[in-house]
Design a protein around this ligand. Structure first.
Ligand SMILES: *Cc1c(COP(=O)(O)O)cnc(C)c1O
Length: 390
């Protein structure tokens, strides 16, 4: 049966994805099954998307209720789920206002536009440049590819959006040297995700934030992967004690429905006026109802402490596997360095043995659902240890 689906996928879907050899059918929390009934433990949650796991009842109810009531209305009208989600995000993060989009790349596009508009309003036409970090990842649109500080992403699709330059992570002097009088914003992930689960060092982040603040350069933090509880705090910014001007969210925000958000600090929350930005699906009621349920659960007392604890447990157990050289990351965003095996081969062998796991460059990458149980963690770790022993 699965062979048939795979052939049709190849026939009808553009071949831009390298897929693992599995056709997924259904799931429950961090366990899922393929069309042939084979079971898998899921250490991926999509790519950090299914925050509450597969088929969470509260989440599915919230989505179904909203779908059966008002599935979409244009942004010409007010709707309640968007307001509720925006209010919850402001309450949780201290941001001033929210703009809803449909993906991480779009969230970053919006933040980039907001930063340039802020600078245009205050300083005129020249001050448009944005400094990002080498090895970053900010998305796949022509502008967010330009923002991404990796040469492999700067092919084929010329011309890319102008005005981006790249500084070395964890090197304040290099960042200062890359900033010019025309820099309007600095944009970074606090833990580089696709780049290899590399946490920035806190001294660098705090000093960079202070340096930007002194010069009225906006700080944009891309929390598309690290946000919404992934690292054991609601935002990764909390670990660093910084308050960015703009924060972008997406992946885990809707618990499996496409939604992203830009969190605007007070200084920037007025820069986008009527007609200056928009998106048809932005603030979609079903996606927002999903996001409300995710926030309600993730922000319940004790939930984030559990995420942090499970992260520590995972890290400890991973470190004990002889093939593992070390583990990087925070909370349940973990990168595993291997001694002899390539991450691609290991991930492939894991899938064959019933464990879904990601890679990031030469590391294995774990982004399990935040709700994964200890039993599921142990089952997944047993499969991984076994594969890595082979
Ligand atoms: C995944 C990701 C993006 C892009 O998000 P899409 O929803 O795929 O557009 C941007 N930034 C970071 C840090 C990401 O991890």
């Amino acid at each position: 049966m699965s062979t048939d689906f795979k052939q049709q996928d190849k026939q009808y879907i553009v071949g831009s994805y390298g897929r693992f050899d599995v056709v997924l059918k259904k799931g429950k929390n961090a366990t899922c099954w393929d069309v042939d009934g084979k079971e898998y433990i899921d250490f991926t949650s999509g790519i950090g998307v299914n925050s509450l796991g597969y088929a969470d009842e509260g989440w599915a109810d919230a989505v179904a209720r909203q779908a059966g009531c008002l599935q979409h209305a244009s942004n010409l009208y007010y709707t309640t789920p968007a307001v509720e989600l925006a209010k919850a995000l402001c309450g949780q993060t201290g941001c001033d206002k929210v703009f809803f989009v449909n993906s991480g790349a779009e969230a970053n596009e919006c933040a980039i536009k907001a930063a340039r508009k802020y600078s245009f309003d205050k300083y005129g036409k020249e001050r448009t440049e944005i400094v990002t970090l080498q090895n970053s990842f900010h998305g796949r649109t022509v502008t967010t590819l330009a923002a991404t500080g990796q040469d492999v992403f700067h092919n084929f699709f010329f011309p890319f959006t102008e005005g981006f330059s790249y500084a070395k992570p964890n090197d304040l002097e290099n960042l200062k040297a890359t900033i010019t009088e025309n820099t309007c914003a600095v944009m970074m992930e606090l833990i580089q995700g696709e780049g290899g689960v590399l946490p920035l060092n806190s001294e660098f982040v705090r000093q960079a934030a202070a340096y930007c603040k002194e010069r009225d350069i906006l700080l944009i933090v891309d929390e598309v992967q690290t946000g919404v509880g992934r690292t054991g705090t609601f935002l990764a910014s909390e670990h660093y004690g910084i308050t960015p001007d703009l924060t972008t969210l997406a992946k885990g925000l809707g618990g499996g429905l496409p939604i992203g958000a830009v969190l605007f600090g007070k200084s920037v929350s007025g820069v986008l006026g009527p007609g200056q930005h928009g998106t048809t699906f932005g603030g979609n009621p079903v996606a927002c109802a999903a996001g409300c349920e995710v926030l309600r659960r993730v922000c319940q007392p004790g939930f984030l402490d559990e995420v942090a604890k499970k992260g520590v447990y995972l890290r400890e157990k991973l470190t004990q596997i002889p093939e593992v050289e070390g583990v990087d990351g925070e909370g349940m965003m973990l990168g595993v360095r291997l001694k002899t095996k390539t991450s691609a081969d290991a991930a492939k062998a894991c899938v064959q043995n019933g464990l879904l796991i990601l890679t990031a460059k030469h590391k294995l990458r774990l982004l399990p659902p935040l709700t994964i149980t200890m039993e599921e963690i142990d089952k997944g770790l047993a499969i991984l240890a076994n594969v890595l022993a082979g």
